[in-house]
Design a protein around this ligand. Structure first.
Ligand SMILES: C[S@@+](CC[C@H](N)C(=O)[O-])C[C@H]1O[C@@H](n2cnc3c(N)ncnc32)[C@H](O)[C@@H]1O
Length: 217
């Protein structure tokens, strides 16, 4: 079952949809002006980027989904649309304006929005009552982050992802893909051309321990 069965539609008419779009675009742009290095983009991700990123996932197995850098919720809403009714989406952002906006505008009991850094994902996951995440998606501008911060985030992400789960990134530069390749056993990549600007997609799969043992035998 998806969230559309649990909650009233978020935009009841095309006028509501347009208003939400205009407000979120204004908040996103303001967030960019205030923290250009942390937001690193003036335009949220495109619909085709979102669909490509979320397509390979096994949603029926998902209990905990983590999102880094949700911004104004460009991925958050499509993730909620696909997430099982009893699962949780934990969204982590360092920008208080974006966190407040998401808390105010998305009324869904499965969504927990926390103000903080993705570096601390393990403690946020524990605080949400879980040991591991099934999937982690990142909208972080990895190439603008200090190297040690970027490295710590991907190492903590590997630790928190369950065997068989995945870490997904979409970024204008290949930094996130390269870091994923350094940590995850199997990495698939793609290119989203219908994005402003085009971006590099990567899915880092954490090797299922059982499958790894069988492959080694
Ligand atoms: C390019 S925006 C992505 C927005 C949105 N996910 C999208 O696809 O349009 C980057 C986001 O990462 C957030 N951010 C930057 N550093 C962060 C960190 N260390 N932990 C969590 N969020 C961070 C910013 O505040 C911003 O919301």
């Amino acid at each position: 079952m998806t969230s559309s069965h649990l909650n009233p539609p978020r935009a009841r008419s095309s006028r509501d949809g347009l208003l939400r779009f205009a407000r979120s675009a204004a908040i996103f742009f303001r967030g960019f002006l205030e923290h250009p290095g942390m937001v690193a983009s003036v335009v949220p991700s495109s619909k085709s980027t979102i669909e490509a990123m979320l397509a390979p996932l096994d949603w029926s197995r998902c209990r905990l989904f983590v999102e880094y850098g949700p911004g104004v919720g460009t991925f958050t809403l499509p993730i909620l649309d696909r997430l099982p009714a009893d699962a949780t989406l934990l969204a982590i952002d360092t920008n208080a304006r974006f966190v407040d906006y998401l808390r105010e505008t998305i009324d869904d009991p499965r969504l927990k929005v926390v103000l903080g850094s993705a570096e601390d994902v393990e403690s946020f996951v524990r605080a949400a009552g879980h040991t591991h995440a099934d999937y982690v998606i990142s909208g972080l501008p990895f190439s603008s982050l200090p190297d040690d911060v970027a490295e710590r985030i991907v190492a903590a992400t590997y630790a928190v992802t369950r065997d068989g789960g995945a870490f997904m990134t979409y970024q204008f530069r290949p930094t996130a893909r390269d870091l994923t390749q350094a940590h995850f056993e199997r990495v698939e990549t793609g290119l989203a051309l219908w994005n402003v600007p085009p971006c590099v997609l990567a899915w880092g799969w954490k090797q299922d321990a059982l499958a790894a043992r069988e492959a080694a035998e």
